[in-house]
Each structure stands twice: as C-alpha cells, then as structure tokens.
Design a protein around this ligand. Structure first.
Ligand SMILES: *Cc1c(COP(=O)(O)O)cnc(C)c1O
Length: 387
C-alpha cells in the first residue's frame, strides 16, 4: 500500500529540462541562473533584493548575522516551529527565548509579545531580533509586530519557510513591508522546491551587501567595501567571517522553473483546503482559522482534535491513520520541550498554548498534485478514526 504523504514536491518534465540545461552549460554554480532566480522571486514578492542560499536554515543564520546578532544579544521566536527558527540564535552565540502562540492562529501571540517586551524593558533584557514564523503559510500580524519593533527597537526576520505565495493586507509575503528581512525554504515539502535551498529577502541596501558577503566567506570584490586600494582585477578581500552557503545553478534552475507554477500550486492547495473545511464542518475538529485580509499559502493543513468529543487519544487517531496509509504528521513538537533546549533551562509548562495545541494537532496530507480520490481516502479514513 502506497502511503499518501503529508506533503510532496511536484516536479514536471519542464523542470527536469531546465536542470539538464544547466548541467550542459558552463556554470554549475555561481552562474547566471542564480541571479535570474533571485530577480524572479524578488519581483514576485515585490521586494528589492533576494539572496539565494543553500537552505532555509542557512538563510536564517546569515539573516541573524546581518542583523549583527551576537554574544550577549537575545532572539525571540515562537515555540510552535521547526527547530531551525530557534537554532539560528545559538549559531550566533546569542541567547534565545520564546513567546507563546495565539490560541486561534497558532502563530506567535502579539499580546504575549507586548506583555513580554514590557517586562523585558524593565529587566534590561529586550531582544535584538524577533523571528515571527508564519505557521502553515498564514502570516503573523506583521503590522502590529512592526510597530512593536519601532517602539522597542528590535530587528524583524520573518521565517516564511511555509509561506511563499501567501499574502498579507494585499501584499505578497516576502515584501518586507513590515520587517527587515524575510526567509524562505525550498525544501521539497515546501511550496516550491530546489531540492535543498533557501533565500533571504530585504529592501535594505546595507543588509543586502552583508548578506551577499556572508553567503561567500565574507569576501568582497567591490572596491567601496575594501580596506585600502585594490591590488588589481584578480583582487578580493575577506572583510568579515562568512560561510559557503551558496545555492548551485542546478538548484536555481529547478527553483526558477517551479516559480512559474507557484500560483497554480497555491490555487490547488486552496481548493483542497476549501473542500477539507467544508467536509469537516460536522467533525469533532477545529479547522484552520483564517484572517479576512490575508491569504495563507497553505503549506500545511493542521486540524485540532476536540479530544473531549471523541473517545480516542491523538496518538490512537494518528496510528489508525498511518495504518491506513495516510501519511499524517504533527507540526510541531514545541521547541522548548526538546531535550537540547531543556538542557539550556527551558521546561514543559512554560508556553501552555503551544503545548496544548501540540496535544491536539494533526497535519493531514496536502500537496498540489493530490487527487480528489486521495483526498477522499484521507477524509473517509479520518471519519472512521474519529469514531
Ligand atoms: C523548513 C523550515 C526551516 C528550515 O528550512 P530548510 O530549508 O529545511 O533548512 C525553517 N523554519 C521553518 C518554519 C521551516 O518549516
């Protein structure tokens, strides 16, 4: 029996031809396709600059470095996310803390953020960076977070790894209208893929210059950033410590080809979501809550089980679905409850909304190539599992 996965890429002949063309060309990496892919994403999102990198994780890392996050600084993020959103603080030797989620959106709670900032100001422990995560593809309330950023002087890095193709108040996620930088991932389960890959977007010239250096060892070939004079046309200078986080042209070709179909992918995801939502209206489930002035990219379709209305545990429902070949998943185990983070001093009970959500959440299969009969199988199996 073939399992219906919770998410999967959609690669077509045209994508394959684009990759093969690069393989036959002169440049496998640092060639012309990277820039084409960056320009195409920047244009799609309505942002000035885009810097392609090797993964969403490396994108978060150099975004934090560009924000000059370092020893003694503090980064806040949501506990309801993939561990990478938190790990980036520790890569920079900074301290990490979390802000609990809002009960209906499952995104970082702006009210909790406000209260925590107020306290942090009194204790001289304000964050330098906040990383709001657009969970499942739905934007956080960025306008409010932006205003808090102005009041308390923190840098905002949107973790939009789930959210390329979504929009917020009429602007594409990635526009950076209400943030300093936005980060995407192009992992195969995400909205569009490059195999592995990521991107940092920004409207700020200085951040852009830093990001392109940090992606390549901290090296510059631009005279205006050098100390002293250039020795000649071969010359470069390393002016800070960067990494090799480059994306290859092979990957960029796949990304560029995929980007042509992003709107089609999103439309299909929304159709599937609409159908799930309609058919689940009588089920003992909470379906995803949506803002009226934002459109989720629907990377994930998460339902919460109304555990007081069913006679089973989440684990039993989950196992029954897996046995039937439904590749359900859970997003996310609250990051602060991971053993590594507990060793850093976090403990269960600290972020109760994220923990309660985790007890009830199940991610159902959702991907643009999903057929109606696959979706029917998920719905029928879930109906049985809930009985
Ligand atoms: C996937 C993901 C990442 C990491 O992206 P990679 O490309 O896998 O490194 C970071 N944050 C969130 C919320 C993600 O879903």
């Amino acid at each position: 029996m073939k399992t219906i996965p919770y998410g999967r890429q959609w690669v077509e002949e045209k994508d394959i031809r684009a990759v093969v063309n690069v393989l036959k060309s002169d440049y496998l990496t640092q060639g012309p396709v990277i820039e084409q892919f960056e320009s195409a994403v920047a244009e799609y999102c309505g942002v000035k600059y885009a810097v392609a990198v090797s993964s969403g994780t490396s994108a978060l890392h150099i975004a934090c470095l560009a924000a000059e996050l370092g020893k003694g600084d503090i980064l806040w993020t949501s506990p309801n996310t993939f561990v990478a959103s938190a790990n980036c603080a520790l890569y920079c030797d900074a301290k990490l803390d979390f802000v609990d989620i809002a009960p209906h959106t499952y995104n970082i709670s702006v009210d909790a953020m406000k209260a925590k900032l107020y306290e942090a100001e009194k204790n001289d422990s304000l964050p330098k960076v906040i990383v709001p995560v657009h969970i499942a593809g739905q934007s956080c309330d960025m306008e409010q977070i932006y205003h808090l950023g102005k009041d308390y002087n923190f840098t905002i890095i949107e973790d939009a790894c789930h959210a390329i193709g979504g929009s917020y108040k009429g602007m594409k996620i990635g526009s950076c209208k209400f943030s300093d930088m936005t980060v995407f991932s192009f992992h195969p389960v995400k909205i569009v893929t490059t195999g592995e890959g990521g991107m940092v977007l920004t409207n700020k010239d200085d951040l852009y210059q830093k990001l392109i250096r940090l992606r390549t060892h901290g090296i510059t070939r631009d005279n205006q950033f050098m100390e002293g004079e250039s020795d000649g046309p071969w010359y470069y200078q390393q002016i800070e410590l960067g990494m090799n986080y480059r994306m290859t042209d092979i990957q960029a070709a796949l990304g560029l080809s995929q980007l042509d179909r992003i709107d089609e992918f999103i439309v299909r995801r929304r159709e599937l979501v609409r159908r799930y939502n309609e058919l689940f209206s009588d089920f003992p489930l909470t379906i995803p809550w949506q803002y009226s002035d934002a459109h989720s990219a629907f990377h994930l379709y998460v339902v919460r089980l109304k555990l007081d209305k069913i006679k089973k545990t989440r684990k039993e429902v989950f196992e029954e679905l897996r046995e039937k070949g439904i590749g359900v998943n859970v997003h996310y185990i609250p990051v602060h409850t991971q053993p590594y983070y507990r060793r850093l001093g976090f403990s269960c009970g600290q972020f109760p909304e994220a923990e309660k959500y985790y007890e009830e959440a199940i991610t159902l299969p959702l991907y643009p190539s999903m057929t109606e009969s696959e979706q029917n199988k998920v719905i029928d199996s879930l109906l049985l599992a809930l009985q």
